[in-house]
Design a protein around this ligand. Structure first.
Ligand code: NDP
Length: 495
């Protein structure tokens, strides 16, 4: 049986457990829609408790059968082969990601699938280069003890990922987990099952032992997600998703005292100072507000602009928003896709109404575009900008996760810092200024996991990544990933 099969126009996507494509015992499945058109794209098997048990047990067996003790250079070599194989099957991954999410082809190529390769290659390098801590400890009587720490895999890791950057976020976790000798059970979002299924094919092709990578499909609560996070056989959970779900997952995992790594929501600020190169700032803001239709945890939804350039920035951003091209995702000139689902669109459109009730002035957007009959069933919204709101308004406090931003003026640096930090979230911030000292000063005072100056979404995968406050717990990336996906045992030898 294959991972994805086509029956008429609708594919069937199975769970992948212990190296086999497995149907659910109860035969339950769900329909996956194409968000650009509203058509049914795939019929996905929904994993039940029994199948999740099977996946966790298979992962444990794979560890015990030797995967956990495979030399790191072999694991790193396998990761590099996986990257090469994704590169060979690049366009298949691109097509799968577009079908699931509706994102524009240029983005799927240049960001989503490209980053999957980089994730595998980076963590192969990071794991292969990792050293061990050791200390010589002075003891009474002139004797010494040698302390060193060996790092063992965490074990069976539950990997739960959202729908916005499905392959990118999946491989960001799976690559370091495998590099460290763990076995994983992956639960992709029910909205984006395809690339996790394709990755199973690739990992099998490059010789990953059965049971090391398992995929269970389904929903969160009362379904595969919850069966997995509450499973007694799980040694740790790495989760990317909303803060509300993260809090729920944390409660489940807390009962068994397992480590968690949480990358959660954001309500990210940009601060634009009047000394900035206006064009450069506008180009950056256009990306940071509208990339992936605003569905990136790092996207900017609050733009604080120094008062004397406020009108110029607002007008420039409106002009750029209105030149974005919404349309068929496979058209190379398309810049902006739909939202992920009708349910998510209903949420975003709810904020359009709330903004108006809160007294906002909608500078552009605020509605549902007419893109013709072929795309009429898709979950499209217009890129939207507001003024007239303040930090007290819900629209400025809550994560919307759409192509939207509120523009708010400020007068002084201190005021801007206060406004940007006035949030329960703390994922990312961007500071736009030509004053280098100010850039460093303000960036360092942002209460966030990552603070950019004159750029946005520039990532160094060896740097720690994560959030503060409602935006997460822990850090991944580089050595931080190695720390999360391993457990140290300190060995102390008296010399
Ligand atoms: P959700 O929190 O709704 O879902 C995330 C994942 O958790 C999905 O696979 C979901 O399954 C699963 N899930 C839901 N409920 C449970 C449960 N009770 N137990 C176990 N698993 C569960 O997030 P979205 O998918 O809507 O993604 C958008 C969110 O992700 C935004 O808040 C965004 O900011 C955040 N995010 C954070 C990033 C970061 O690095 N900080 C990066 C990208 C996104 P299902 O979808 O099938 O219900």
């Amino acid at each position: 049986m294959v991972g994805t099969m086509t029956t008429s126009a609708v594919r069937v996507i199975h769970n992948y457990v212990n190296g086999e494509y497995t149907e659910t015992h109860g035969g339950r499945s769900f329909a996956k829609m194409n968000p650009a058109t509203g058509e049914v794209l795939a019929d996905v098997d929904e994993a039940d408790q029994q199948l999740v048990d099977h996946a966790v047990m298979s992962a444990r067996r794979a560890l015990d059968n030797g995967w956990a003790n495979t030399p790191v250079r072999e694991r790193a070599a396998l990761l590099r082969r996986a990257a090469d194989r994704i590169e060979e099957r690049f366009e298949e991954f691109v097509a799968a990601e577009i079908a699931d999410t509706g994102k524009p082809i240029t983005q799927a190529r240049e960001l989503d699938v490209a980053r999957a390769l980089i994730n595998f290659r980076t963590f192969a390098d990071v794991a292969a280069a990792a050293g061990q801590e050791s200390f010589l400890t002075d003891l009474a009587g002139g004797r010494q003890a040698l302390n060193y720490a060996i790092r063992k895999p965490l074990g069976v890791v539950a990997v739960i990922v959202p729908w916005n950057l499905p392959l990118l976020l999946l491989t960001w976790k799976v690559a370091p987990a495998l590099a460290c000798g763990n076995a994983v059970v992956v639960k992709p979002s029910e909205e984006t099952p395809s690339t996790a299924a394709l990755l199973a094919e690739v990992l099998e092709e490059v010789g990953l032992p059965a049971g090391v990578y398992n995929v269970v499909h389904g929903f969160g609560a009362d379904s595969a997600g919850e069966f997995l996070t509450t499973h007694p056989g799980i040694d740790g959970v790495t989760f990317t998703g909303s803060s509300a779900t993260g809090s729920h997952v944390m409660k489940s995992v807390a009962q068994r005292v397992r480590p968690v790594s949480f990358e959660l929501g954001g309500k990210n600020a940009a601060i634009v100072f009047d000394d900035v190169d206006i064009d450069e700032a506008l180009n950056g803001l256009t990306k940071s507000v509208f990339a992936n239709t605003g569905q990136v945890c790092l996207c900017t939804e609050r733009v604080y602009v120094q008062r004397n350039v406020f009108d110029e920035i607002a007008a420039g951003l409106v002009e750029r928003a209105e030149t974005l091209r919404l349309g068929n995702p496979t058209d190379e000139s398309t810049t902006t896709g739909p939202l992920i689902s009708q349910a998510h669109r209903a949420k975003v459109v709810g904020y359009f109404a709330l903004a108006e009730q809160s007294g906002a002035r909608t500078l552009t957007g605020g509605g549902i575009p007419d893109l013709g009959p072929d795309l009429a069933g898709g979950s499209w919204v217009e890129p939207t900008l507001w003024t007239g709101l303040s930090n007290a308004d819900r629209v400025v406090r809550e994560e919307i996760f759409g192509p939207v931003a509120a523009l708010i003026p400020f007068d002084t640096e201190e005021e801007a810092i206060g406004l940007a930090n006035d949030t329960q979230y703390g994922l990312a911030a961007a500071v736009w200024t030509n004053d280098l000292r100010r850039g460093h000063r303000v960036a360092q005072r942002m209460r966030v996991g990552i603070s950019w100056v004159n750029t946005w979404f520039t990532r160094e995968l060896r740097s720690p990544f994560g959030g503060v406050g409602l935006s997460g717990i822990g850090r991944e990336g580089g050595d931080s990933s190695l720390h999360f996906y391993t457990q140290p045992t300190n060995v102390c030898v008296q010399l």
